[in-house]
Design a protein around this ligand. Sequence first.
Ligand SMILES: Cc1cc2nc3c(=O)[nH]c(=O)nc-3n(C[C@H](O)[C@H](O)[C@H](O)COP(=O)(O)O)c2cc1C
Ligand code: SF4
Length: 525
Amino acid sequence: MSAATRIYVPRETSAVSLGADDIAAAIAATAKSHEQNVEIIRNGSHGACWLEPLIEVDCAGERIAYGPVTLADIDSLFAAGMLTGGAHPLRHGPVANIPYIRRQERWTLQRVGVTDPLSLDDYRAHNGFTGLAQAFAIGPAAIVAAVTAAGLRGRGGAGFPTGIKWNTVAAAEADQKYIACNADEGDSGTFSDRMLMEGDPFALIEGMLIAGFAVGASRGYVYLRSEYPLAREIFSSALSIAREHGWLGLNIGGRGFDFDIELHIGGGSYVCGEETAMLDSLEGKAGIVRFKPPLPALEGLFGKPTVVNNVITLATVPNILARGPEQYAALGVNRSRGTLAFQLAGNIRRGGVVEVPFGLTLRELIDDFGGGTASGRPIRAVQVGGPLGAYLPESQLDVALDYEAFSAIDALIGHGGIVVFDDTVDMAAQARFAMEFCAIESCGKCTPCRIGSVRGVEVIDRIVANKNREANLTLLTDLCDTMVDGSLCAMGGMTPFPVRSALKHFSEDFTAASSPQSNGTGGNA
Ligand SMILES: Cc1cc2nc3c(=O)[nH]c(=O)nc-3n(C[C@H](O)[C@H](O)[C@H](O)COP(=O)(O)O)c2cc1C
Ligand code: SF4
């Protein structure tokens, strides 16, 4: 038999949900029946979800893409000479040349889709552990200085400077410190944490190792949402492989540095993603928000100094050390440095993950990458930053993606989740949904959030039903102010963002005539 032809079939949630496992099996069986020698590699996803399952055939070192492939296409793909890159209606040419992929600036997701996620050899061959080697070479203080100089800000939502956080934990005196990775990824339209953990799990492990070495922590936890069973499986395997090969455990790299990571499955509640609720949940308690101060950096997990960072934040660090903070800082605009893995979701033709520097506009992302709405109808609203993010009208789509520029229009970038709605959306229903979501997910610790959200739903219902309309509009405004000013955490404090923005930009929907006040999910949510 000739040398095996390498075929890449993603083992990633969106591809698997579209039949990638069966397709991998069918390719193996068909190749066998044709007496053709193939090696199937289960890679991660390049993030072009609209092309999944996107399979690639290695033709003399060039990876030729076909997608979206279904089981029914396997015979015709073989007949077309797929194994030598043959022409077929699903052929896209070299994967790296697909415009959606080529036009990205992949810093954090550099290996996602490219490598075999569970091959340490592949990881090392693609720059893996170079950042850790550099970290060992320069030492803890210089690592924190590099992360600070890069201008990296937390990608989990608040955009807090990572260098400052690490510096606080490094400076704290304690017998034990922790790294807690927040992989709860509860925001609507977000999936980049999952894609990273499924497609390049060693990058997160390396980021946590560097964080641990920098601040003097010997133990890390990953708090993963329960809704991600495949990420759990892949990341657990990666932990075992890393441990077997001495990348976790005692005396890592012969540097006298001990570090290990435990995977913890989340409690299934949105508020468990809030860092202090996550710490309580990790400790085995109910996920309820803690008062701050003390900051988790000083009294976090089990009362010890703890770095709490998002998956993408941590996975961005190895390359900052490998390539140098200046290169990272050179990307982006103003105080939003580097790149963000934006996620295109909702009513969008080409959904997926797009990693680009800050500074592009929403319109560029949605039109140039996303191809506009899936329905072909005009865009009416876009929600950025999860369920607590504002709804932007079409007229605001040219604001640059920049933390401060978004803040100036009372919006947020958050984790970079972008959910698009066309002109059939009912914005009063969306506003009601925001209040209802808060009522369901509130941890219950403070009154403005726990009770205010329930009252918010009722007031919106009365407005839409035209009952004492003006008085109820005033009441809703007051209620929103109370929630912003009086809530303990951003759950209650930011629920008014989507509500206020819907009222401000889409007030015409808040009347009985135009708002069917249906089930609270909106036209195309
Ligand atoms: C209600 C609520 C939910 C949150 N959910 C998440 C989440 O799922 N993932 C995440 O990384 N951060 C989440 N955050 C932000 C975290 O509290 C925290 O700021 C973040 O994990 C810190 O990491 P970073 O500095 O790397 O962003 C949430 C915050 C709030 C208020
Ligand atoms: S704002 Fe809501 S979620 Fe946050 S502490 Fe108060 S009750 Fe809990």
